[in-house]
Every structure is written in C-alpha cells, then in structure tokens.
Unconditional design. Structure first.
Ligand code: SAH
Length: 508
C-alpha cells in the first residue's frame, strides 16, 4: 500500500470507529434517563443509544465496552493508574504468571523458523493485543540468544487498540529514553533487546502487506476479546403454518402457497436491550441491560449463521443457540493470507466490482512462510454457547454490568478459526487445537523452570515460579491446562511436518 492509501485507510478506520456508535449526548432524554444514576458514563451512552435506535447486538455492545475511546475497558482503564492486568487488576494472564511462557513461545518461533529453512532476512514478528508487552519482551530476551534468527528480524509489529497500553508496551520493549515517533500508520520506536523497529498500529488492516516477508504472528488472549453475535433457532410460529387469508373485492380468499421460509426454523439474534425496571421504573439495583431475542430476522441473523455448514446444521433444531465472532474469522483469515498468500482484506478504493475483468488479481506467494500461534481459552470442536462473561477484580460478574469497567469476553471457537484460515489461503495448514497443558509440557516448561530455579535464591520468587508453571499446565481445579488451547497456522506441507508442541520435534 502506498502512503496516500495508508493515510486514507487510517482516516477511514478512525471515522469508522467514531461512527460505529454515534454519540447521543444531545438526544432529548426522558426524565428517567436524566434522573437515573447509571453505573458508568458508558452505560448512559449505551442506554441512550438503545432507547433511540432499539436493541443492539452483543457484538456492538462488546465493542463499545472494550475499545470505545469514550470509556472503553482497554482503551481507558489503564490510564490514570487503573490496572487491567495482575494482582491489583482484574485478571492475570499466562505471560504475567511466569516468564517461561514467553520464553517457550520464543523457542517455538525459532524452531519453526529453523524447520522452514532459516531465512536470513525479512522476518517480522507480529503480536495482536500485547497487553503489557510481557510476552513479546520474554520472547525477545530468548530470541536474542539465537543470533542468526535475531539478525533475520526486520521489524516487530504490535496491533493494539489502547493508547494507554501502547505506552506501557513502549516502556517495557523500548525503554523510557527511546523516542516514540508518530508515523503514517501508527507509532514507532526501537526495541531494546535486538535494536529493530517496533511499530504500533490500531488495526491489523494497517499492517504493511508484503509477500516477501516471513511473518510470525502471536495472539495470546486476543480472540476472546473480539465481539461475538449470538443466535437462537426458533421454531416456525403456528400462525405462519396456517394457510394465509387475504381480503379481495369478492371477500376473503385463502392463499395456498406456503410463505417463503415460514415453515422452517429461523435464526433470531440475541440482542442487548434496556431493562425497564432500571430504565423506566428507575429501580436502584436493577440490572440496566438484559438479553432479549429479536422479534424478527435481522441482517446479521440472515447472513452470519449461513457462513458455515457447522452453524447451518443446528438451524433445524429449534432452541439451538450459537455464538459466532465474524471478526475473529476475519483475523484468522488475514493471518493465513499473510503466511500462505491470497488477497489482503484491504482494498484501496479503486477495486473493481467482483467478477469484472479488472478485479484485482490474488497475489500468490511463491513460497508460503511464517506461522501463527494462537493461544486462548475456548472449545476445541463445539460451537460456544452462553459463554459471554464479565470479570472484575478476579471475580465473575454479569457481563452486561458496569459497561467499560468490566472485562467482557467469550470463548474462542477454535474450529471456526481453523476453518477461516484454511478457506482463506491454499498455502497454509492448521495444527491443533491442543490443550495448553500438553503444548507447554511438550515445549519443556517443567525442565526450563527447573533450570531457572537453580539460580533463584529468593524464597517468594521460587514459590511463585513453582506454582506458576503448574497453574498453566494443570487440567483440574483452577488450572489453565485444559480450558486454554493452542492452535498453529503454518505453511502447507501436505501434513508431513508437525510444528513442535503439536506432535512435531525440533528440526536441527
Ligand atoms: N496478550 C496480552 C493481553 C491480553 S488482553 C496478555 O496475554 O497478557 C487483550 C489485549 O488485546 C489488550 O492489549 C487489548 O487492549 C487488546 N485489544 C482488545 N481488543 C482489541 C482490538 N479490537 N484491536 C486491537 N487490540 C485489541
């Protein structure tokens, strides 16, 4: 993409972010709205929006709660000292529990690079939603020891929606003294470990697309933060099964043709609506928002559940509920295209209509290269159901409460990610998902921790390291070894080579 196009995309994305949710500050409000003390400023904005335009999708609600520039959880919570991660924050993630996690992701990357023939240049490290930057920092500390791999790295790209977290990542990865520049696509500084540029963008679509590069893409606890839609299959109504009567000049006439679509189950979207007890009666402790089933089909319910046979199969069973994250599928597809080739999602304004002769050609990579490692919690093969959750100060809370102050997330549908990746590029294959416990044990978490412990004298640190690695692999109790999974996207090789941690061994 040239600079003009990049500027246009940046501008469009910013406008899109602002527009996705109009501000309703000037809307005339009923007295209840004026009187009510909403749980958060964002709750009031959302309530006014719903009152004006009707119920909104869970996806729209999640997006606002997590990344709205006005009061979103990630976008505003880390400023002013309100922490998201760690003991004092709302939740703790694996890289924050033990440094060995990031180190092993580093070892995985080096092993994959070796197996792909040790390219001497053009390697890019790309991380989605790096949080405090801990995983990337531990990974780079490890990679620094593999000189020829380290010297093949050209740039580190971080896709981060939160300006506050971007600052925290910059301090860790580049140091306080390193200057931070604003660029056409985002921000830029230099890494303190390996001296290469670190480039921040707010959206994956802003990343440069160059088919000669070898991208290694990491997404740890990123997909669970992407918005979901939820749908329920409803039986055809009895009324719609009756023959229809219409009034004609000669009296009522019965229509014998069945109504289109009327006698098969239909998907209806679960929407976030206002709870009248809060919004109308102004009851103090009543929940402000609740989920209700849309009364009719919406554009989303007509289109989204039709994108995969997995969803279609459940439509005929009234009562089935499914959660779908179209955005997650877009990201997985983009990872696959960057590794295996295929068109970029971004078109630069002059793209011809599909099917016309001037339609842009699909860039096919000469040699697929790079890999993606996705680590998150969710289901291996089943479609997530009722998985929307809220976390605040390490406790579960209702996901629609305190918008912007609660971390809202949903289970990751790993099969959907695999499906999207394979459909997007013929140049990739997918391995996993495997359970995190198995992945980390086969990567050597026990041995690495034991080795580290030899030089640690401090008793408290020793205890944390010992309990930390166990927590990541244990499959029962509060362990993260089973519910968390790992999925890898690698260049297509006819299934002959498995990546390490997914049944493969290190290729020397
Ligand atoms: N990977 C980190 C942080 C996980 S929390 C860790 O494991 O510790 C989710 C991260 O994704 C945060 O950095 C958040 O700001 C970022 N994020 C959430 N939604 C995003 C979006 N739509 N685009 C870019 N970044 C996003």
């Amino acid at each position: 993409m040239n600079y003009g196009a990049k500027r246009a995309v940046t501008h469009l994305l910013r406008r899109h972010r602002r527009r996705q949710f109009p501000r309703f500050g000037l809307q005339r409000c009923s007295s209840t709205f004026d009187k009510r003390e909403w749980s958060t400023p964002l709750a009031k904005t959302l309530a006014e929006a719903i009152k004006t335009t009707g119920p909104i999708s869970i996806a729209a609600f999640m997006r606002q709660c997590l990344t709205s520039p006005q009061g979103g959880y990630y976008t505003t919570r880390n400023s002013g000292g309100t922490e998201v991660f760690g003991k004092k924050g709302d939740f703790i993630t694996s890289p924050e529990i033990t440094q060995v996690f990031g180190e092993l992701v580093g070892v995985w990357t080096v092993a994959e690079w070796m197996a792909q023939g040790r390219r001497r240049s053009g390697v890019e490290l790309i991380e989605m939603g790096p949080g405090r930057g801990t995983l990337m920092d531990d990974l780079l500390r490890t990679i620094r020891n593999f000189k020829s791999f380290a010297s093949s790295i050209e740039a580190i790209y971080l896709v981060e929606a939160s300006p506050a977290l971007r600052d925290i990542q910059k301090r860790l990865l580049c140091g306080d003294a390193a200057p931070m520049e604003e660029t056409e696509i985002g921000h830029k500084s230099v890494n303190r470990h390996i001296g290469v540029p670190v480039i921040w963008v707010e959206d994956i679509r802003l990343l440069p697309h160059n088919e000669d590069k070898t991208p290694f893409i990491f997404a740890h606890e990123f997909f669970d933060a992407l918005p979901i839609h939820a749908f329920q299959s409803v039986a055809p109504s009895l009324e719609s099964q009756q023959p229809r009567e219409i009034m004609t000049p000669n009296g009522p006439t019965t229509l014998h043709q069945p109504r289109k679509h009327s006698n098969t189950p239909q998907w209806r979207e679960l929407m976030v609506s206002l709870n009248p007890e809060a919004a109308v009666e102004n009851k103090k402790d009543a929940p402000e928002f609740k989920l209700t089933l849309a009364k009719a089909s919406t554009p989303s319910s007509l289109v989204i559940p039709e994108i995969s046979e997995r969803y279609k199969a459940l439509k005929s069973l009234p009562g089935s509920t499914i959660e779908i994250s179209p955005e997650s599928r877009i990201y997985a597809a983009e990872f696959a295209r960057r590794i295996g080739g295929g068109p970029s999602q971004v078109t630069t304004g002059t793209a011809a209509a599909p099917g016309s002769r001037a339609a842009p050609k699909v860039p096919v990579r000469r040699t697929p290269s790079g890999a993606a490692l996705i680590l998150d919690y969710g289901s291996a093969s089943t479609i997530p159901v009722n998985s929307l959750r809220g976390i605040r100060q390490h406790a579960k809370v209702p996901p629609l409460s305190f918008p912007g102050q609660v971390d809202v997330s949903a289970d990751v549908d790993f099969t959907a990610l695999a499906e999207a990746a394979i459909e997007a590029s013929e140049g990739v294959e997918v391995h996993g998902p495997v359970e995190q416990g198995d992945f980390l044990l086969s990567m050597g978490i026990a041995e690495r921790t034991e080795q580290l412990l030899k030089s640690v004298k401090d008793e408290e640190r020793r205890k944390n390291m010992e309990s930390g690695w166990k927590r990541l692999v244990e499959k029962g109790g509060g362990g993260m070894g089973k519910i968390y999974k790992a999925l890898a996207i690698i260049p297509e090789n006819g299934g002959r080579r498995r990546p390490v941690g997914f049944g493969g061994s290190i290729v020397p």
